[in-house]
Design a protein around this ligand. Structure first.
Ligand SMILES: Cc1cc2nc3c(=O)[nH]c(=O)nc-3n(C[C@H](O)[C@H](O)[C@H](O)COP(=O)(O)OP(=O)(O)OC[C@H]3O[C@@H](n4cnc5c(N)ncnc54)[C@H](O)[C@@H]3O)c2cc1C
Length: 542
């Protein structure tokens, strides 16, 4: 499967550009993208993978390291694993998908061991496979991707998708930032694995995650689901970007005057921190960790301590200011709607994986932390890669299709008004970061924010094309804006509190709303609801 025969072909292209002909194009080179590329290549497809950064070091996993939903196949363990988070997710998970993901994650984690991933062993010598260190994991995935014969385009953000005359997705084009030229890949199928959207909140590893894949997909008509569950906030030192929250389980949170913030905690008490931050500064000290725990913390998550070591703060003895950083869909559950087991989207030829896809099927309305996202990335990545390869095979050797560019905003000249990416990004952040708008939601406040975001969309949708390096920033800020509008339109459609979606004006869960909210559209953003699978069975049984 790794022979030269399966390599994508470089074809002749106009000056200052490169062009490839492939079966499958994967956009994004995090865990989801690399698993997709390897799986498609293993099916015999000729694959190109394009990443905005350097594949293997870019994105949320490479910078951090993740707990993985790796559970022994014993049915009793599996039952506990599935039942454990159903309430937290508002009972929106789908048991069939949870079982598939558990199986696939178990299998792929064991493959990582076969490939040489250095899992640690416990005192009895048993290999521990419930977490992965980002740098080692992603270095290995890059190596396997190359060995599978995949052509990797590093520092090559995709800007827009290509479609054929029937509207099927048939490739993409983008920038080669280090060569200052453009790339185009004609492909029979495309996997979007560009991660989530964290709105440039500086959360660890996430500033490359601006929702680009969502915008590109929406321009071809793709739909989204569970976008209302996109408001996780993670604790971080106010002077750093490390949003690893586990260790705050050992923290005491205090106001400026040193008194304890009532109810504040990392788990189950984050809203108390958010409310206190609305009034003023909040501090933490990890004073509940004894010497043994402190030692273990340093050994298990060394990068947690980077901002402290850099600033000379000992977090166990000195209190330090904290903030809550918005993580959008990176640790939310919204994303592109999946329509079948192969992770196809609602657009022919387009597949989605990882944080770019909705995680509602295994997480319902809540992820936060806790290993499901990593499991989803490796499982959905594998299925999307296989699905895209099968789709490409079924298309066969088609006559060279006539392709057109699907990109809209910031790519075509429409008026004489310049596009201002930095100002737009700030305007979006002003609507999505404030706790009183996004953490604690309310119909009137959401309406106001959405009206301002809709007005911003009208403003940029007829602005001129951005030039040079600005075009990437312009597309990123437009993608953030589009994501915020799907997020708030969906939040307005869900008139209850469920999962991570909290409505001050509808504080209770409503049994009638155990459904999914679908959204989409660019100029006109719409929503509709789809029943949850179990609700359909229950109705049929009545
Ligand atoms: C601090 C932190 C801790 C976390 N801990 C856990 C945990 O313990 N357990 C867990 O399950 N999950 C955890 N997560 C979530 C987990 O990291 C993500 O779910 C996972 O990284 C998703 O993988 P992905 O491949 O979809 O996206 P990413 O890993 O984010 O990769 C996306 C890739 O797409 C590329 N890209 C973006 N835009 C473009 C474009 N226009 N063109 C081409 N490429 C593009 C990026 O450069 C990047 O390489 C954590 C997240 C954070 C931020």
């Amino acid at each position: 499967m790794t022979s030269q025969r399966h390599r994508a072909e470089r074809v002749s292209a106009p000056p200052e550009s490169v062009e490839f002909d492939a079966d499958v194009l994967v956009l994004g080179g995090g865990p989801a993208g690399t698993w997709a590329a390897v799986s498609a290549a293993e099916r015999g497809a000729r694959v190109v993978l394009a990443d905005k950064g350097f594949c293997g070091t870019s994105g949320a996993t490479a910078a951090a390291g993740t707990g993985v939903w790796y559970v022994d196949p014993d049915p009793a363990f599996r039952e506990v694993a599935m039942a454990k988070r159903e309430k937290l997710g508002g009972q929106l998970q789908d048991r069939r998908w949870m079982a598939r993901v558990l199986d696939q994650t178990y299998q792929q984690s064991n493959r990582l061991a076969d490939w040489g991933y250095p899992y640690p062993s416990n005192n009895e010598g048993k290999s521990q496979r419930t977490s992965l260190q980002g740098p080692e994991y992603m270095r290995l995935m890059r190596k396997r991707t190359k060995q599978a014969g995949v052509t990797i385009l590093d520092h090559s953000p995709a800007l827009e998708l290509l479609v054929d005359d029937n509207g099927a997705v048939a490739g993409a084009s983008g920038l080669r930032r280090q060569k200052h030229d453009r790339w185009t890949v004609r492909a029979k199928a495309v996997v979007i694995a560009t991660g989530g959207c964290a709105f440039l909140s500086k959360t660890l590893g996430s500033n490359v995650l601006t929702g680009d894949g969502y915008l590109m997909a929406a321009e071809t008509g793709a739909e989204f689901s569970s976008m209302e569950f996109s408001n996780p906030y993670a604790i971080s030192p106010a002077f750093g970007s490390v949003t690893k929250t586990l260790f705050y389980g050992w923290a005491t949170f205090t106001y400026e005057d040193g008194s304890v913030v009532p109810g504040a905690a990392s788990k189950g008490g984050r809203s108390a921190i958010a409310r206190a931050l609305l009034e003023g500064a909040v501090y933490a000290r990890l004073d509940k960790a004894d010497h043994d725990v402190q030692r273990q913390m340093r050994a298990s998550q060394p990068n947690f301590f980077l901002p402290f070591d850099r600033t000379g703060v000992d977090p166990f003895s000195v209190r330090f200011p904290v903030t809550l950083r918005h993580e959008g869909t990176v640790r939310g559950t919204g994303g592109l709607r999946i329509v079948d087991d192969s992770c196809a989207t609602s657009v022919p030829g387009l597949y989605a994986a990882g944080d770019a896809a909705t995680r509602e099927l295994i997480c319902g309305g809540f992820t936060g932390g806790g290993s499901h996202n990593a499991a989803w990335a490796m499982s959905s990545g594998s299925w999307a890669g296989q699905g895209a390869a099968d789709y490409a095979k079924q298309l066969g050797t088609t006559v060279r299709r006539k392709l057109s560019s699907a990109g809209t905003v910031a790519l075509r000249n429409r008026s004489l008004r310049p596009f201002e990416p930095a100002a737009l990004a700030r305007a979006v952040q002003d609507e999505v970061f404030p706790y009183e708008l996004n953490y604690f939601r309310d119909g009137a406040r959401l309406d106001g924010a959405l009206a301002r975001l809709d007005a911003a969309w009208i403003g940029v949708s007829d602005a001129d094309a951005a030039n040079g390096a600005d075009v990437l920033r312009a597309r990123e800020s437009a993608a953030m804006l589009a994501t915020a509008r799907w997020m708030y339109r969906s939040a307005l459609a869900r008139q209850e509190t469920r999962g991570m979606h909290r409505r001050d004006d509808f504080p209770d869960q409503d049994i009638q709303q155990r459904h999914y909210v679908t959204t989409g559209g660019l100029n006109d953003v719409w929503t509709s609801v789809r029943p949850h699978a179990e609700a359909v069975y229950a109705e049929a049984a009545e």
